[in-house]
Ligand binder design. Structure first.
Ligand code: ATP
Length: 504
């Protein structure tokens, strides 16, 4: 019933009642029936159609309860080691009688550490299902308040909620998940951060108050990607003394995650998720979920009934670099970008033959063009030569601009950032003239010197290499500008047919 209708009814009933009384009728029985009817209507409406949230005092109609949305360890791709370690720790919660018999102190806190989007929250949810516990969660940032004491009282409420929900749902245990624990559990510097300190102290007090004999048994799972920031009081025995690393997935793990997220999508029989997992080294579970989702969006947008490999490839590019943009570059800019990308591609093809999978001039995210590389095997160790080659690929763009324009542009900023990061890695790994050093022992001047030496040397080597392939630039430039995209094979034919025989 509309609001206006309701208001008219409310006004109409007393008016009719007043009229009937005025006419001498006894309206009392009528009013009584009306009142009972209205009460019945209200009860049916609130119990049946109204939504009752968790923690609300309203009573739920059991028949209206939807099955709980739970997460199991089977819904988490890869992470076999982390899942194994977590399950082992959770047995403390399940086999508590034995644990009591042996006098083992209860496990109170598990710390999940690892990069964002690797499935830490999923793990905590699966842990709740595995142990048949209630799941209560909060994020560290929710405790940050300007007013002293509010964070601490929120911690108290959280524990109270866990106990209350367990009692209400008749569960023997509760899992309390605190994401971004570093926000409240950062190192206490004293004085300045009173609010954070109080929140952290309250958390420690609540943890110390957990006993094996208590029902519900409470286990706190916290997550962070900055473990080194945590206060040592949180990490000491009896608190968060189990640390489980939830790392970026390897190739097998990526394939598993892709399979999980493709279950509800129509995939063409010819698509190879194995290829996608090879092409997504360094992606987190969240990014892989996004790849599958974006691929399905591309398929739908193109009016395809199924998701095909090109949709997946486009989705990888999107997740890696951002959506295609409509930025209309000038003719001169496009020429410069084309030379820049050819510079990257030629170096890549020469230091790692057959590694280029595509040279593209279509702008994506912040990039005006990009080179896509063929999938390689997952690699965690690099030799000095391999890092140098990677730096040369990154420098190829700016060197090409210098060769054809006599100077660089702002388009190389990202390439330089990457190069500097890689030089830093070389310094830390003892692969430079500085020898094996601790960065804190090295002065800024020494670091700048070694950076400059390495980058100048590699820039020169890149220049010498690219000079040999000037003819490849000139032969490919117009085609790339016209076609916008060169496949790896097209590009290799251009390189082969235009390189000067003696310089190969
Ligand atoms: P953050 O540190 O940012 O809180 P997180 O590690 O807690 O991240 P989750 O919130 O668990 O990450 O994961 C985000 C989303 O990514 C999930 O909802 C899921 O869709 C997907 N995802 C991440 N890891 C996995 C995985 N191992 N298996 C399946 N899906 C995953």
């Amino acid at each position: 019933m509309s609001k206006l209708g309701k208001e008219m009814l409310i006004g109409f009933i007393p008016a009719v009642a007043a009229f009937l009384i005025y006419m001498g009728y006894n309206v009392f029985p009528l009013l009584l029936i009306g009142l009972i009817g209205a009460s019945l209507f209200y009860v049916v409406k609130t119990r049946g159609g109204g939504s009752v949230g968790v923690g609300s005092s309203g009573r739920k109609n059991p028949r209206m309860n939807r099955p709980p949305a739970y997460m199991t360890f089977d819904d988490i791709g890869g992470q076999d080691r982390a899942k194994g370690e977590l399950k082992e720790a959770l047995d403390f919660l399940i086999r508590y009688e034995e644990i009591k018999k042996f006098g083992i102190r209860p496990l109170k806190g598990i710390l999940l550490t690892g990069p964002p989007g690797t499935g830490k929250t999923l793990m905590a949810k699966a842990a709740a299902h595995y142990t048949n516990s209630v799941f209560v969660s909060a994020s560290g940032s929710e405790f940050v308040e300007m007013y002293v004491g509010v964070g601490a009282s929120r911690i108290r409420d959280l524990f109270k909620e866990a106990r209350g929900r367990a009692a209400k749902e008749n569960k023997q245990s509760a899992i309390l998940f605190i994401d971004e624990i570093d926000v409240v559990g950062g190192k206490r510097e004293g004085g300045q951060q009173r609010e954070y300190d109080q929140t952290l102290n309250q958390l420690l007090t609540e943890m110390d108050g957990i006993h094996t004999s208590e029902t519900p048994r409470i286990l706190i799972i916290a997550a962070t990607n900055r473990k080194e920031m945590l206060d040592s009081a949180l990490l000491r025995p009896g608190r968060f003394d189990r640390h489980i690393e939830v790392d970026l997935p390897d190739k097998k793990g990526r394939l598993h995650i892709l399979q999980i997220h493709s279950k509800n999508k129509p995939l063409d029989d010819m698509t190879s998720l194995d290829r996608v997992s090879s092409e997504t080294f360094g992606f987190s579970g969240a990014q892989l979920e996004s790849v599958m989702n974006e691929a399905a969006i591309y398929a739908m947008r193109e009016g395809d009934a199924v998701v095909r490999q090109p949709h997946l490839s486009q989705a990888i590019d999107k997740v890696m670099m951002g959506e295609k943009t409509d930025r209309e570059a000038s003719k001169e800019e496009r020429r410069r970008v084309a030379l820049h990308e050819l510079g990257h591609a030629i170096v890549a093809e020469k230091v790692k033959p057959s590694s280029v999978s595509m040279v593209s001039l279509s702008p994506r995210g912040k990039a005006l063009g990009y080179v896509r590389h063929n999938p390689q095997q997952d690699q965690y160790l690099y030799t000095k030569m391999e890092i140098e080659h990677q730096i040369m690929i990154a420098l190829g763009g700016s060197v090409a601009e210098e060769m054809f324009y006599g100077g660089r542009s702002t388009g190389s900023r990202n390439d330089f950032e990457q190069s500097l990061r890689m030089v830093g890695n070389m310094v830390d790994s003892g692969l430079t003239g500085l020898g094996i050093v601790d960065r804190r022992q090295v002065t800024t001047e020494e670091l700048m010197k070694v950076n400059a030496e390495i980058l100048e040397d590699l820039t020169e080597r890149t220049r010498q290499l690219l000079e040999k392939y000037r003819s490849v630039f000139t032969a490919s430039l117009d085609i790339l500008i016209r076609e916008e995209v060169l496949s790896g094979d097209q590009f290799r034919i251009l390189v082969k047919s235009n390189e000067v025989p003696t310089s190969a």
